[in-house]
Design a protein around this ligand. Sequence first.
Ligand SMILES: *Cc1c(COP(=O)(O)O)cnc(C)c1O
Length: 344
Amino acid sequence: MNYVDLRSDTVTKPTPEMREAMAEAEVGDDVYGDDPTVIELQKKAAEMLGKEAALFVPSGTMGNLLALLVHCSRGEEVICGDKSHIYVNEAGGMAALGGVYPHPIPNQADGTLRLEDIRAAIQPDDQHRTVTKLVCIENTQNMCGGVVLGVDYTRAVGQLAKENGLKFHIDGARIFNAAAALGVDVKELVAPADSVMFCLSKGLVAPVGSMLVGSQEFIARAHRLRKMLGGGMRQVGVLAAAGLVSLEKMTVRLKDDHARAKHLYEALKQVSGLRLEALPSSNMVYFKLAEHITLTEKQICDAMKERGVLVDWSGLREFRLVTHYWLDYAGVEKTAKAFAEVLK
Ligand SMILES: *Cc1c(COP(=O)(O)O)cnc(C)c1O
């Protein structure tokens, strides 16, 4: 069956243009620094984000882990959101592999960390305490609804970090979605950060890969650690070629995904068994089941699948649907119709 797949934007398969670019990519051994397509991708990513250098990594999780390992030594701490991907969804890699100590503080409903909470979380110079090294925010903030953090807020966090001698990392898995939603150049949005990770493999439709960007010195250290983690890759220009199409063609169309998310939201609002809250601000639609629904989350997913729609639940009686390149308006209608049937 030809499914409408709304489980995530990670399900996006490469476009015909990407497959062609991959087939024709010039390649070399990237561990020798010989792959021209990887070099081009890294140069382009650094340029677009306004940083000195970039590194291609197999996944966003590895990109974030590298940033944590460069910025923090063992026993040092990172201030992060209690609903952040690095804290909740990266298998505790920072602690297991880096001895980095997470200091979670509450993500507000709008995805932000309160500045006063960050300030209060910075450890005093005291032998009983860990040493705070890093602040990390996530934009868009996935678990808060794919919400977008603004330029002024990001600047304020950067300022606070600087005043306290801390580094500032942005988990920007979907930073281009954030920039598109705000209508700003991504450069401006990440200017206050020392490092940023973003994913090519989500809304940007590439099959594999994420980018880590920062200063020359930061990337040089991350490069060495990438090798240590087993992330040194060889003729990886075949993947970088798809990433170049992502940067050139996919970053400029994300507002279409956001428009579709709003359409999906409106369509699902008509379904009596669903409880939708705020209008989606990027490409994610989160909602809950109404009190009278007795089906389990899994029963609903199975019944939706029978109707040709793949969805996933994100929590107790809560679902998250993600729009992307391969979802058209007909797919939106089909999804709303299937939910109405399943929950009637
Ligand atoms: C997907 C994601 C990551 C990690 O990316 P992977 O490529 O899945 O490892 C990190 N942060 C956020 C917010 C994400 O959504």
